[in-house]
Design a protein around this ligand. Sequence first.
Ligand code: ADP
Ligand code: MG
Length: 420
Amino acid sequence: MSAKKANLSGELKKYFGFSTFKGQQEQIIDNLLNGKDIFVLMPTGGGKSLCYQLPALISEGTAIVVSPLIALMKNQVDAVNGLSSDDGVAHVLNSSLNKTQTKQVFDDIKSGKTKLLYVAPESLIKDDYLDFLKEVTISFFAIDEAHCISEWGHDFRPEYRNLKQIIDKIADVPVIALTATATPKVQDDIQKTLGMTNALVFKESFNRPNLYYEVCPKINVDKEIVKFINQHKGKSGIVYCLSRRKVEEFAQLLQVNGINALPYHAGLDQKVRVANQDKFLMEEVDVIVATIAFGMGIDKPDVRFVIHYDFPKSLESYYQETGRAGRDGGEGYCLAFYDPKDIEKLEKFLAQKPVSEREIGLQLLNEVVGYAETSMSRRQYILYYFGEVFDPVHGDGANMCDNSSHPPKLKDATADLKKS
Ligand code: ADP
Ligand code: MG
């Protein structure tokens, strides 16, 4: 065992150039290589990819990595191929490939060159892919962003639901599922749906001690945000709004106020969207005003603030969205504007949905309202939601919220808002 561990460090250095593993990476990889099913719950930025990339690179055969977004897959494939001089070590398989390209991917897999094959779940069910994959050596399956399986998660994707049956058809090999969503409900859902209730579970703390959480009454919100951004001039930040229209309006308002801001939402032309995102990543623009379409897979280390113009629909989304701040460990200010009327609007919107969806939505909203109106440590509240006990006095980051650092003034203002 110890020989193998020393060896893993060597492989880590050889392929990734890192001298130490992060968190529980080494135990995870070791167990996966020993044939165990594994479930990894680790916050964003924790280093989940390496937990399947490294074992894939040193295993015989090809690991199949299921991932929900083509953009995410492409980034990872480029990154993995960049690790060696060889271009076929990682591939994406999807319907955008032409015949020649698909043949190249199949050939590289057959020759044993391809160690990681990235697929979206909807591609995996295609007959010609399925027939091919049944015939080749698969090392293991990695299900990234595994919360997409659960309706309780923040990004449910129906295509993820049937993964278990497809996996069973292809090969009887270990499965590693990974997610940055750790609510007990989602965790339970993932394990049941993937048939991995006996998996080894590795859970890391979701505490982000460098993030400061604050909730403000939604009064003069435009002015307040402009003021806040001006106080943080030149720093990178994200402002989340609920609707596309609001995103456009508010980006303009910021521009009119001399703030270097651009909009981002799924309704924008693809080229504009990508250009705006790139400008933010390249620091040509300070602030991106966005719907929740922005962010998955965005790895900008020095985002200094995340503002919610409109309150999020679940605490889970709030955690994910604010999680984009302070990834380098530096300052990360998370400010959310709360108006009970906004919650009522969301409730009305849910009333038009099918019953099951509505019930889930309402419960998630309840938890969000609880967060907004609580006078306890916000960090403690969020972590409790993730099934973690946090000491609000001595815990790491204990003073980093409005309720902990100064007496709550929000309560009175909220009461006023409710009256009006
Ligand atoms: P996640 O998927 O959990 O959000 P990623 O896999 O994208 O996280 O990794 C986040 C960052 O951490 C990446 O930049 C990655 O290169 C880095 N990283 C991962 N493992 C290590 C390690 N052992 N040492 C140093 N950096 C690491
Ligand atoms: Mg990841």
